[in-house]
Design a protein around this ligand. Structure first.
Ligand code: GAL
Length: 467
């Protein structure tokens, strides 16, 4: 059902698995600070140790081999490589660690997909304004060039930034992710803007300096739910759905894949709200200056993180306060027929992925697509024999097959989230997404395959055997 060279993967992120938060010269990141400040994370937990992949990498490699993955998605910790975020000082131990990971993967015939930024900004750069400061783009570019130079001979798939939407909104509007800022209606747009500028700068650097030799692809990972109007015949619900999409997927995909600028629906909604609340000054959604590298065309493939679906109707806002919720004016509803798995936001809708893939094909000119994240969580009593999750993966992969065969979507790979149970951001270790169970109570942090892991391995093997 899948092309021979289809990528079968699983993903992780540095802060969620590595631990070793100050091991061998690593500098602190905003997640170290956020967790240590207390109050922001479930049970005051942190990623100080997590799965200790910094020391137990070879255990992870055994899991990757047991699953038969063709690809493994990992992220680099910026402050493990450059402790203060700048190339003034390189931590050779961090470089050695990632060199070993990459070389071990390649020796096992597994291709690494590397994310340069998965939520963990060096604290030293946050102290200078972080993603709100325009200067962050060239600092990110220097870090990225260092990585291309050092590791790029062996990496064919790069992700610059993971989920700019989540970094901007959860980190700077809602304050529930690091750096924990609550500056509604203003900061998230600025952060999203600087992330797009930084991403584009890095893509251009790769394109002009490294692509000819290294022959890789660069993109950014965009998260999106699939959304439909609550009532398909109601004009208000239809326009609310358009706004919802513009403020999530469109915010980042429109500039990169369609026009080089934000969706018009997004800008006009923000400006109308500013006017209504008497907010003077220039648009809260910044504009791209003509002097900077073009944003349009800065992705060699579409990297999609899909978890769930929503029905949409006009929303409730924040009254007289500025906030993204009021700008967007689109409320989310869960269809009661969708089962919830673990965390409350994750309604299980495998078919939404097929619809979203078709939408991406039609809207963004049929790009090559990798599903870079998709998964199912467990909360509460643990089941190693996690039948529901096995069924979820089977159903979802079937939807990907239909997108490929029946809808002609150019899907190149699928990455389950996640290889291991890990530190699930504000939910700490209370939410488990792994294909492997990790015993966080035990010093050895023993990894045990779940039933869903065994079933995923079987699917991959069947595919490899051409059955
Ligand atoms: C994504 C994120 C991952 C993982 C996942 C499950 O937003 O990129 O790191 O936590 O959600 O919630």
């Amino acid at each position: 059902m899948f092309p021979r060279d289809f990528a079968w993967g699983a993903g992780t992120a540095a802060y969620q698995i590595e631990g070793g938060w100050q091991a061998e010269g690593k500098g602190p990141s905003i997640w170290d600070t956020f967790c240590h400040e207390k109050g922001g994370v479930f049970g005051e937990q942190s990623g100080d140790v997590a799965c200790n992949s910094y020391e137990l990498w070879e255990k992870d490699l055994e899991c990757i081999r047991q699953l038969g993955l063709t690809h493994y998605r990992l992220s680099f910790s910026w402050s493990r490589i450059l402790p203060d975020g700048t190339t003034r000082h390189v931590n050779q131990k961090g470089v050695q660690y990632y060199n070993k990971v990459i070389d071990d993967l390649l020796a096992c015939d597994v291709s690494p997909m590397v994310t340069l930024y998965h939520f963990d900004l060096p604290q030293a750069l946050q102290d200078q304004g972080g993603w709100k400061s325009p200067g962050i783009a060239s600092l990110f570019d220097s870090y990225a060039k260092f990585c291309f130079q050092t590791f790029g001979d062996r990496i064919k798939l790069w992700i610059t930034i993971n989920e700019p939407y989540v970094c901007a909104k959860l980190g700077h509007e809602d304050g529930i992710h690091a750096p924990g800022l609550k500056e509604p209606g203003i900061a998230a747009y600025l952060v999203g803007h600087n992330m797009l500028r930084a991403h584009a700068m890095v893509w251009h650097s790769y394109d002009s300096l490294y692509r000819t030799q290294q022959k890789g692809w660069v993109s950014l990972a965009i998260n999106s739910d699939w959304v439909e109007p609550l009532n398909a015949d109601c004009t208000e619900d239809i326009t609310a759905t358009e706004r919802y999409l513009a403020f999530t997927l469109g915010w980042f995909a429109w500039p990169v894949f369609v026009t080089g600028d934000y969706p018009e629906i997004m800008r006009s909604a923000i400006d109308a709200q500013s006017k209504k609340l008497g907010y003077n000054g220039s648009s809260r959604l910044p504009s791209f200056s003509k002097d900077q590298p073009a944003i349009l065309g800065t992705a060699d493939f579409f990297a999609l993180n899909y978890y769930t679906s929503r029905k949409v109707k006009p929303g409730s806002g924040c009254g007289a306060m500025l906030c993204m919720k009021s700008d967007r004016d689109a409320g989310e509803v869960l269809d009661p027929s969708w089962p919830i798995c673990g965390v409350s936001w994750l309604a299980v809708v495998p078919n939404g992925l097929r619809k979203l893939l078709k939408y991406i094909k039609d809207t963004f000119n049929n790009p090559a697509v990798y599903v870079t994240e998709n998964g199912f969580s467990q909360v509460g009593p643990l089941q190693i024999e996690d039948t529901q999750r096995s069924v979820f993966y089977r159903d979802t992969i079937l939807e990907v097959a239909k997108a490929l065969q029946e809808d002609g979507v150019n899907v190149r790979g699928y990455f389950a989230w996640s290889l291991l149970d890990n530190f699930e951001w504000a939910d700490g270790f209370s939410v488990r997404f792994g294909l492997y169970h990790v015993d966080f109570e035990d010093k050895k942090l023993c990894r045990t395959i779940y039933k869903s892991g065994r079933e995923y391995a079987k699917m991959i093997l069947k595919h490899k055997l051409g059955q």
